[in-house]
Write a protein that binds this ligand. Structure first.
Ligand SMILES: *Cc1c(COP(=O)(O)O)cnc(C)c1O
Length: 365
């Protein structure tokens, strides 16, 4: 076994997916599983599909290529706006993309016509979170041009909340999305199939029955992967929060003062961390660092341990209060938040070990 490594429990992911899909289905909402935080890990996508998601979405084409190469057969959605320079690859690789720029739609249209294909698009609206999307005032003129393009089918409208500015989805926001959908339908005398208004931040709203009926699609990542809704980061009932566990090895264990000794300047990351005077403490140095995790996104499973800090290659943990002795060579376990999981999945130094039915599947990733 090589450390650091990340254990991935596929059964928990499948169960989480089923729980979220059942909830959404009960309210007429279809779920696309989002794999971007696991860099398009094929086994994780497979577990999501077994759990009932109807398709897979990722923000990066590289991840979608990885999934396809591994034989995961489903409908793929590109979440991040396509680059103007990459229209060909987008039409080639995914059946649907999220869009907000006419120039990009024109390029997608040209590529789709060249290939005698139809590329589906969801037009993204910015309802105040200030990341991607068309400002509502500009929607009608945008659609007037978009609907003229060949090779492209506008599936519907979408919005993304709570990701960039933390603007929460509520009945008002989703009603605004539905009203704009109605306005487009009556202005252009057409029917829009899809109103994609939700991500993991919308679970409470769905469960409370507060999502307007017309909203029929959700793109869900974190709630399936880490079992939390993301408006308040509450564990979601019926899901597990610990499908992922990070294991790192103790390289050094020494009793040292809790405060640095000597005149101080900046640390390796340009910061001047503060330390509390607590006398001499037992400090464990682990073989995982900021290259592999985000410091405030890791929590030791043993609550008597405390993370003190990290450099690029070391994590420093106070193990003074641990019951029993911590020794060189021991492996310590950590739970991960979204930020740390994203980095651990991205780090090639962290081995990924996938478990299904208690058995480790060697995926070579
Ligand atoms: C990341 C992302 C999602 C999924 O968000 P979660 O909070 O992980 O459910 C949905 N839609 C878009 C456009 C995204 O970028």
């Amino acid at each position: 076994m090589v450390y650091p490594c990340l254990s991935i429990d596929l059964d928990k992911i499948e169960r989480n997916a089923r729980c979220v899909v059942d909830l959404c289905r009960g309210h007429g909402i279809e779920v696309t599983g989002v794999t971007k935080v696991v860099c398009g890990h094929p086994e994780v996508a497979g577990a999501m599909l077994r759990g009932g998601v109807s398709s897979i979405a990722d923000s990066r084409l590289e991840n979608i290529h990885r999934l396809k190469k591994a034989g995961i057969e489903t409908r793929y959605m590109l979440l991040r706006l396509p680059p103007l320079s990459g229209a060909e690859a987008v039409v080639e690789s995914v059946s649907v993309s999220l869009n907000s720029e006419l120039a990009v739609l024109e390029a997608l249209s040209r590529e789709a016509i060249k290939r005698e294909r139809v590329h589906d698009v969801i037009v993204m609206l910015d309802l105040g979170d200030l990341r991607e999307g068309i400002w509502p005032d500009d929607l009608v003129p945008f659609m007037r041009e978009a609907l003229k393009l060949g090779g492209i089918r506008v599936l519907g409208l979408g919005t993304n909340l709570a990701c960039f500015s933390g603007v929460l989805p509520d009945e008002d926001k989703l009603s605004a999305l539905v009203e704009l959908t109605n306005e487009i339908e009556s202005t252009f005398e057409l029917k829009l199939e899809c109103v994609s208004g939700l991500n993991s931040s919308g679970l409470e709203l769905i469960a409370a029955g507060c999502v307007p009926r017309r909203v029929n699609h959700a793109r869900i990542g974190e709630a399936i992967i880490l079992g939390r809704e993301t408006a308040y980061r509450k564990p979601w009932p019926g899901t597990d929060q610990d499908a992922f566990t990070l294991h790192a090895e103790v390289l050094e264990i020494k009793a040292k003062p809790s405060c640095p000794v000597g005149a101080r300047g900046e640390d390796a990351f340009g910061e001047l961390p503060q330390f509390e005077e607590r006398g001499v403490r037992d400090r464990a140095l682990l073989n995982v660092g900021r290259e592999d995790i985000v410091l405030d996104g890791v929590a030791p499973l043993d609550p008597s341990m405390e993370v003190i800090g990290a450099s690029s290659g070391y994590l420093v943990v106070d193990v003074t209060d641990v019951c029993g002795e911590v020794r060189v060579g021991d492996k310590l376990d950590f739970g991960l938040k979204y930020s740390a999981l994203l980095r651990a999945m991205t780090s090639e130094y962290v081995r990924k070990r996938v478990f299904r039915g208690g058995v480790c599947l060697d995926t070579g990733l």
